[in-house]
Design a protein around this ligand. Structure first.
Ligand code: AMP
Length: 188
């Protein structure tokens, strides 16, 4: 399984990526998690991305593509993966195509939920996890960045007939079942 999950902040990408990856025994690769660990560890990578992340902006395509290339080269990703948070720009989508050469097809799932539900979930997550980018003004910026930079990625995959759009506004277990059932039918 080579699955990409795309959707606005709060759509449930992270939760679903964890569950689907566990069900299929492949790694869950979250670029947001990798970057947050880098920031927490105070590494050079962390220092380079901390400002952009705290403002809700994207880090550079080059940094993120190098990071994903490195992670996909790990042994555990050889038989498949669930990618969460990448690609977020068309440039990253093109880079992923190159990384996928000779690895077989991608399945791409868009998870949707109404804006007021997204905002509600992120406000709750901010209380529980304390993510600074879940603060309301940053959430607004992240939603704007999603519409401007990431929505075109959906078109990029839709044109190939590879995109599956699923309702993320259901109980988590129902969304997981939906993804596992529908994903068999799509390949780039
Ligand atoms: P996430 O946990 O996926 O919501 O990502 C948190 C933050 O990490 C984003 O708001 C961006 O600042 C950064 N980030 C994660 N993935 C990417 C990506 N593919 N391209 C650029 N920035 C990213």
């Amino acid at each position: 399984m080579h699955l990409v999950l795309i959707g606005p902040p709060g759509c449930g990408k992270g939760t679903q990526a964890t569950r689907v990856a566990a069900a299929r025994a492949v790694p869950h690769i979250s670029t947001g998690d990798i970057l947050r660990h880098a920031v927490a560890s105070g590494s050079m990578l962390g220092e380079a991305v901390a400002d952009a992340m705290s403002r809700g902006e994207l880090v550079s395509d080059e940094i993120i593509t190098d990071l994903v290339a490195e992670r996909l080269a790990d042994l555990d990703a050889k038989s498949g993966f669930v990618l969460d948070g990448f690609p977020r720009t068309v440039e990253q989508g093109i880079a992923l195509d190159i990384l996928m050469e000779e690895r077989g097809g991608l399945a791409v799932v868009e998870l949707t939920a109404p804006d007021d539900e997204l905002v509600r979930r992120l406000a709750r997550r901010r209380t529980i996890e304390g993510r600074v980018d879940d603060e309301e003004s940053v959430v607004r910026e992240r939603l704007a960045v999603y519409r401007k930079s990431t929505a075109p990625v959906l078109e990029f995959y839709r044109r190939r007939g590879a995109l599956l759009t699923l309702n993320g506004d259901l109980p988590p277990e129902a969304v997981t079942q939906l993804i596992l059932r529908e994903v068999e039918s799509i390949h780039v």
